[in-house]
Design a protein around this ligand. Structure first.
Ligand SMILES: Cc1cc2nc3c(=O)[nH]c(=O)nc-3n(C[C@H](O)[C@H](O)[C@H](O)COP(=O)(O)O)c2cc1C
Length: 156
């Protein structure tokens, strides 16, 4: 199979869209991620694949904490805000209110649900690192359907 066909096939894997936030020392940051999944019922575990070049990558590795913020239909601008620029260059939380729970990672008030996680292990995965997080706390803020990732909504 030719390479372009592999990527077209891979795009048939369905994802939601999430904002992965973290806190390291006195800095908070967050990035949009589609490559998020579940891994265990007991304890409740989630996985997030974070590109090694992302500013968030070393923050999560060093702090050992992150929160998953689940995006609904109205949250596409939020997904663009956190996904199309880097915390290396801008403070994406300037003028943005957020809550914190157990780990101190930002919980976005406009999202539909959140999970506050501590990293229990991480695994080298090519140009990404797969972080496995135990969900220490979580909640639903709005009883709405999560969005399904459509790249054209973010990258056109
Ligand atoms: C819809 C969408 C989905 C994304 N999914 C991922 C992902 O699963 N993993 C990842 O490493 N980057 C993903 N990104 C890219 C990061 O969000 C982007 O590079 C971001 O600017 C990184 O921010 P940071 O440098 O502040 O950590 C996605 C971006 C968008 C818009």
């Amino acid at each position: 199979m030719k390479k372009p066909e592999i990527s077209f096939a891979l795009r048939k894997i369905t994802h939601g869209v999430f904002v992965i936030s973290t806190r390291y020392k006195d800095r908070v940051n967050a990035m949009t991620a589609a490559w998020v999944g579940r891994a265990s019922f007991v304890p409740p575990l989630v996985t997030v694949a974070i590109g090694k070049e992302r500013f968030s990558h070393d923050m999560i590795k060093n702090s050992g904490v992150f929160a998953v913020n689940v995006l609904g239909r109205d949250n596409i601008p939020l997904g663009k805000h956190f996904g199309l620029k880097s915390g290396r260059k801008v403070d994406k939380f300037a003028n943005m209110d957020y809550d914190t729970k157990v780990t101190g990672s930002p919980i976005l008030r406009e999202c539909i649900a959140w999970m506050d996680c501590k990293v229990i292990s991480y695994h080298d995965a090519g140009d990404h690192t797969l972080f496995i997080g135990e969900v220490l706390d979580g909640g639903v803020l709005r009883d709405e359907k999560p969005i399904v990732y459509d790249r054209e909504e973010f990258f056109k």
